[in-house]
Write a protein that binds this ligand. Structure first.
Ligand SMILES: [Zn+2]
Length: 661
């Protein structure tokens, strides 16, 4: 029997796990040992009779899950990039056990009491906390409170009932919403209606018995509508999309109402005004007032631009001879025509510049120019997949920074899209330097990628830098361990460096891309803002003011959109209430704003660079020191203020999108 490499600290450089020696059985064993080890350490924390100190509470707390989190990070990185049936089975086996494990911790009153004892002692001046101690303590007490640890027995019983009910509703919504999407497909019996699609595309829609079907996608807008010349078919596809869940066999309305009501009741049980207040508190926004203050103006500005664009598009539509009543199902179609007429370039013009290896070099070169870091290949080290390249990174002064594992290539065993993971989290408590991965899905042998692919590469490397530059005492707060409405912001800032002249593209091509960037932004921003504010409306409404029955849903939605000034017959929300799976079937309840919130900070941060001389070493070091290095170990908005000197302003994003208040 070989020893389990996960159970002891790796002696490879930077504690890189010995990937070559790992088996599924090692993961199972390490999960079990890790959970047991954590409960044992936390039991000691809870039962120690010595007065609470930073060491016997915070240090014990944050290292208690060392083995468990190491196992989860290694397992997650390997499984996402190159899974096997054994790893899939193992995930299903451990997921419910981990959920129980976490409940056991977050509902343990004894642990909570030790944290509050430490807070009391700190307040009395008996214990001195540094800034990172204070933030970990404050944040952990809030998390315990949100989990319901402070409730009496009756309250905890009701909370568990609501949690169970919400889990059932979430699963039911996901199922019925998926069924409604499938059932909403549009059947075409006359091939002429598919005019505008290529022969291959038409063939792909064929059912084999002389008919064609158009399957719906999640969003209100259906991509195929941009190219269908037949107005009647565009209308049918549109109407099928917006009618999902509104009645009939796949009615989701009562689930929407019941979910909103259960969340509101849970929030009030935990002492919050509504669910959105509870959710905002766990983000960097902190309060729904802050969310409203940034999202409201963006919504109104995008409606104004959409209304102006509607005039232009309606005029162009009238020339097409398809009618003179420009409608919601015509918007994307006409926008595509105007886009083609206004911006005379195509992907084929930029692609010769976008060799995948050169783009990666450009990503590294941008980081070198900004932060002075260097990259050395380490072919002697094995990454999380056999095709990953391992790089060792050094600071400008030659000191070691960490390892970066780059896995470029698509394989059938890999998740879709692109992402970053941590394998080892930097922290001072256990003296570790970071090991970080990036993962893409390029076809091996392909050389050119799209401009979107370039932005993705810079984006994911931005996440990597957030973890690599971490300088935190506590592992649980290191690097990207920041709130959901914050974590995308540093990676979006890194996208900006792809837009520098001659970094990837010559200046003349960049100018054209830049000009095209704000085209149709009235529509694109408005549909996102309408969904964002609809999410807020459902979750900022207290229990007694929420709808009770299914037939109130449409009216609630209409009044909410009117209240926020984002109602438009031409531009419906990106998701309507009845098929908004992010908030009813996924984890984004009252949190859909996070995407836009991060964009506001991104544009405002890029404006800071522009105001201060651009991407210089000095500016890069300022961003690294004030914002990237603290990661989640301080209040995220505090780090923003230290970096920027003030709160984020919405104007730079408006300017980028070509919108005006
Ligand atoms: Zn991201």
């Amino acid at each position: 029997m070989t020893t389990n490499p996960l159970l002891e600290r790796s002696h490879l450089p930077y504690q890189l796990p010995d990937f070559a020696a790992l088996t599924p059985e090692h993961f199972r064993e390490a999960y079990e040992a890790g959970a047991a080890q954590q409960l044992e350490a936390l039991d000691t924390l809870a039962t120690t009779t010595d007065p609470a100190t930073v060491e016997n509470v915070l240090h014990v707390w944050d290292t208690s899950g060392d083995l468990l989190s190491r196992t989860a990070m290694v397992f997650g990185s390997v499984k996402a990039a190159d899974t096997t049936p054994e790893l899939d089975d193992l995930l299903e086996e451990v997921a419910p056990k981990l959920a129980q494990h976490n409940d056991a911790i977050w509902l343990d009153r004894r642990l909570f009491d030790r944290f509050t004892e430490l807070a009391t002692r700190a307040q009395a001046g008996e214990v001195v906390l540094d800034a990172e101690d204070a933030w970990l303590l404050e944040d952990t007490i809030r998390r315990f409170t949100r989990a319901g640890v402070a409730l009496d027995e009756e309250g905890q019983t009701r909370l568990r009932e609501l949690n169970t009910r919400l889990a059932e509703l979430q699963a039911a919504f996901s199922r019925v919403n998926r069924e409604a999407r499938v059932a909403g497909k549009v059947v075409v019996t006359d091939r002429a209606e598919l005019d505008g699609l290529t022969d291959e595309e038409v063939d792909a829609l064929a059912t084999g018995d002389g008919e064609w079907t158009i399957e719906l996608v999640n969003t209100t807008q259906q991509p195929i509508m941009t190219r269908l010349h037949d107005r009647g078919l565009r209308r049918r596809v549109y109407e099928a999309s917006i009618a999902r869940g509104l009645g009939g066999e796949h009615d989701t309305r009562q689930m929407v109402v019941d979910t909103a009501r259960a969340r509101a009741e849970r929030a009030s049980l935990l002492g919050y005004e509504h669910h959105a207040a509870l959710s905002a508190e766990s983000g960097c926004a902190k309060s729904t007032d802050a969310v409203d203050a940034l999202m409201g103006p963006l919504g109104r500005a995008s409606l104004k631009q959409a209304e102006a664009d509607a005039v232009t598009f309606a005029e162009r539509f009238a020339q097409l001879g398809q009618g003179d009543d420009f409608a919601a199902w015509d918007w994307a179609y006409v926008a595509e025509i105007v886009r083609g007429e206004t911006f005379a370039f195509s992907d084929a013009d930029v692609e010769p510049h976008l060799d995948v290896a050169k783009v990666l070099e450009a990503t590294y070169a941008a980081a070198h120019d900004l932060y002075g870091i260097t990259f050395t290949e380490r072919p002697d080290l094995v990454g999380h997949t056999s095709e990953a390249d391992v790089y060792e990174l050094h600071n400008a002064d030659g000191s070691p920074l960490g390892l970066f594992l780059m896995d470029f290539w698509a394989r059938p065993t890999k998740d879709g899209g692109a992402w970053m993971t941590s394998i080892v989290r930097q922290n001072h408590l256990t003296r570790q330097l970071p090991v970080v991965t990036n993962n893409c899905n390029y076809t091996k042998g392909s050389s050119a990628i799209s401009w979107d692919g370039v932005i993705t590469m810079f984006h994911e490397f931005g996440h990597a830098l957030h973890a690599l530059f971490a300088d935190s005492k506590y592992p649980s707060k290191s690097g990207t361990a920041t709130p959901r409405d914050f974590v995308e912001f540093p990676s979006q800032v890194n996208e900006h460096w792809a837009w520098q002249p001659d970094r990837v593209l010559p200046a003349d091509l960049l100018d054209k891309l830049q000009a095209a960037r704000s085209f149709n932004q009235g529509f694109e921003t408005l549909e996102v803002m309408a969904a964002t504010l609809l999410d807020q409306a459902w979750h900022q409404t207290p229990l007694d003011a929420l709808p009770r029955s299914a037939d109130e849903v449409e009216d609630f939605e209409r009044r909410a959109l009117e209240f926020w000034g984002v109602a438009s017959d031409l531009v419906p929300p990106r998701y309507r209430s009845t098929y908004f799976s992010h908030i009813w079937g996924g984890g984004y309840a009252a949190g859909y704003y996070g995407y836009t919130w991060a964009q506001v900070m991104d544009a405002d941060a890029v404006a800071w660079f522009d105001e201060n001389g651009g991407g210089t070493r000095e500016n890069g070091d300022h961003f690294r020191r004030t914002l990237l290095a603290p990661g989640g170990s301080l209040d995220a908005m505090e780090t923003y203020r230290t970096f920027r000197g003030r709160d984020p302003h919405v104007e730079p994003l408006l300017e980028r999108l070509g919108l005006e208040l």
